[in-house]
Design a protein around this ligand. Structure first.
Ligand code: ATP
Ligand code: MG
Length: 204
């Protein structure tokens, strides 16, 4: 990098002062405070890990987090072990029976999804929880294991200060419509296509 002369430094300072004024005005215009309904969807990697990133951020303020997993069952994951360190600041329920092609049992999958949703409702009603992660709820909705209208109505009717993050591919349009923040993870490149298997600490 070439040396910065005084004239350039002054130009930069003036430009940044202008930018700060614009930025401050924009921030001042945003006054609403509310619990958000967040949806992480799309074909790329990062939906669940981004939700847990938010959980970590919330825990940083000493606030409580709930997690309900609709697909993952008893199997060990790094995130579950890591969040266990936070003790009762994290309420964790892995209610799934595993992938549908593994269980091959529709009745069991539907019952598991409904039990998971009952847990979700219970945690939504718990005022000590600040953030609720409903991991892979989109999958249960996609396969019609749960009533879409009832789920969306309950999410919309959540406590004013409760943040909820829903993850999973193929989010239903009604949920996207109801959400405050929707992020579509794009699959630009995935190592799976190159024959790389699921890696400890990266996928589980
Ligand atoms: P993560 O849990 O790593 O944040 P995710 O929640 O976005 O991933 P899911 O749709 O829940 O992804 O899929 C679970 C697994 O599938 C993850 O282990 C992830 O690495 C893998 N996966 C995600 N996207 C792709 C893809 N485009 N191709 C192949 N595998 C993928
Ligand atoms: Mg996921």
């Amino acid at each position: 990098m070439k040396p910065i002369d005084d004239e350039e430094a002054a130009r930069h300072k003036a430009k940044m002062a202008k930018r700060k004024a614009v930025q401050d005005a924009e921030v001042a215009g945003k006054t609403i405070e509310k619990g958000l309904l967040i949806v992480n969807t799309g074909p790329g990697k990062g939906k669940t890990t981004a939700a847990f990133g938010l959980a970590l951020r919330m825990l940083g303020y000493g606030r409580r987090v709930g997690v309900v997993q609709f697909v993952k069952g008893a199997w060990h994951t790094g995130e579950r072990a890591a969040f266990a360190v936070f003790g009762d600041k994290v309420v964790w329920h892995s209610m799934g029976e595993g992938f549908t092609w593994e269980t091959q049992d529709l009745k069991r999958d539907v019952a598991a999804a409904q039990a998971a949703w009952a847990k979700a409702l219970e945690l939504m009603a718990d005022p000590s929880i600040s953030l609720l992660v409903l991991d892979e709820l989109n999958i249960a909705l996609r396969y019609d294991y749960l009533d879409l209208e009832a789920v969306v109505a309950a999410l919309k009717g959540r406590r004013e200060d409760l943040h909820v993050v829903v993850t999973g591919r193929n989010a239903k349009p009604a949920l996207v419509e109801a959400a405050d923040l929707v992020t579509e993870m794009g699959a630009t490149k995935h190592h799976f296509a190159a024959g790389v298997k699921a890696q400890q600490g990266i996928e589980f």
